[in-house]
Design a protein around this ligand. Structure first.
Ligand SMILES: Nc1ncnc2c1ncn2[C@@H]1O[C@H](COP(=O)(O)OP(=O)(O)OP(=O)(O)O)[C@@H](O)[C@H]1O
Length: 363
């Protein structure tokens, strides 16, 4: 039997594209261990993002391709998930108990930012991550309603708030603190302080990701939040409509200015599929998200259709990913969530909490 050539195995891994990170396993630093013992191969792949629905497929594909190599004996492939903490803005420190904060933003209001944020949070959880969501949308705090929650959170020690949990997601909302009848102009100045308080005085319990649903727009409040909250990355939600894209462009510029990496764009309401006849119509225009992504050299993480069920599920307190996990829209949300987390996994890690051991010896 011909003996196994090591470089053939390495080349196979160098040419194996992970569709979530959109790069090969070697460049993505996913090859944790490769042992070639005579003709036997033992391989450990480590993914830095939650991917429950991809692990078995990846393992099977790798095993099949390795097994097909000439001269191969036993093949053993193991895929493990290890979600790490990634760097935040230079002047800030990550929160304890929260590995990564991801901001979900939009330039324009009403484009479906909150619906997208809540479904992405559920999708990350479905893929195996520990997830929280902070509803910071002062203009329309809708996350509790979308998750079927009501009532204020408790405080057991009089200092920290206990997040309310729904579908396994830990949640806190600015809506619990601001008076809905108070004029908007008074809400602005108090909001950044209140948000800092919510962020740091909530008993988050070991989160891989905390999703923040930011208020729409690119004004002072949003800029202050983008500067003060220790975020690892931001996602911009837009519709393909020109007017929304112009505002989304401003949002993108705002995050770039404060050195927050853009993980990608999500195009919402991209196409309407008639529930009666199946006819597809691009109500808000076509190709806007792709063009914006290309122009700014950022990723278009995915596009969601304008689908009446997305609204109905959100209104009923059981968003799409929880209500119809196998349906097409839920699959799109999960694909976007995997990609978003995978893009983050490629970014620099946070080393702030890990000082090297310094030993001072008296001679
Ligand atoms: N893809 C979709 N298909 C159908 N309806 C949707 C979709 N995405 C969002 N919606 C609906 O559109 C409305 C606005 O969505 P949402 O509240 O998420 O927007 P937003 O951008 O967060 O708004 P705001 O500016 O108030 O923060 C909601 O009724 C929601 O259910």
């Amino acid at each position: 039997m011909a003996s196994l050539d090591k470089s053939t195995v390495e080349n196979l891994l160098k040419n194996f594209i992970d569709p979530n990170v959109e790069t090969d396993l070697v460049s993505a630093k996913s090859v944790k261990k490769l042992v070639i013992d005579q003709n036997d191969i033992s391989l450990v792949i480590e993914l830095g993002y939650p991917a429950k629905s991809y692990v078995a497929e990846l393992q099977a594909q790798l095993e099949a391709r390795l097994q097909a190599l000439e001269g191969v004996g036993n093949v053993e492939v193991k895929v493990v998930i290890n979600i790490l903490s990634h760097a935040v803005q230079k002047a800030l420190k990550p929160l304890p108990n929260v590995k990564n904060i991801i901001a979900v933003a939009s330039g324009k209001g009403g484009v479906g930012k909150s619906t997208t944020a809540v479904n992405l949070a559920l999708a990350l959880a479905a893929e195996g991550a520990a997830v929280g969501i902070l509803d910071a949308d002062i203009y329309g705090p809708s996350i509790p309603t979308m998750l079927g929650l009501s009532g204020k959170p408790e405080s057991l020690d009089g200092k920290f708030l206990e997040p309310k949990v729904s579908f396994g997601i830990q949640t806190i909302s600015i809506g619990y603190l601001v008076d809905p009848d108070q004029p908007m102009i008074w809400r602005g100045p108090m909001v950044t302080g209140a948000l800092q308080q919510l962020l740091t005085q909530t008993h988050w319990s070991d989160l891989d990701y905390l999703i923040i649903d930011l208020p729409p727009g690119t004004g002072d409040i949003q800029l202050t939040l983008a500067q003060q909250i220790p975020v690892s990355g931001a996602v911009i939600v837009t519709t393909p409509q020109d007017i929304a894209l112009i505002d989304a462009q401003r949002g993108l510029g705002m995050f770039e200015k404060v050195n927050v990496p853009i993980l990608g764009l999500v195009e919402n309401m991209s196409i309407h599929i008639c529930s009666q006849c199946g006819h597809e119509e691009a109500i808000f225009g076509q190709g806007g998200g792709v063009a914006m992504a290309i122009r700014n050299q950022v990723d278009l993480l995915g596009s969601l259709p304008l689908d009446i069920n997305i609204r109905l599920f959100a209104d009923s307190g059981r968003p799409t990913v929880a209500a119809d996990p196998e349906g097409r829209p839920a699959q799109i949300y999960k694909a976007i969530a995997r990609k978003m987390a995978a893009k983050l996994a490629l970014r620099a890690r946070d080393y702030s909490g890990r000082f090297p051991n310094i030993v001072i010896q008296n001679t």
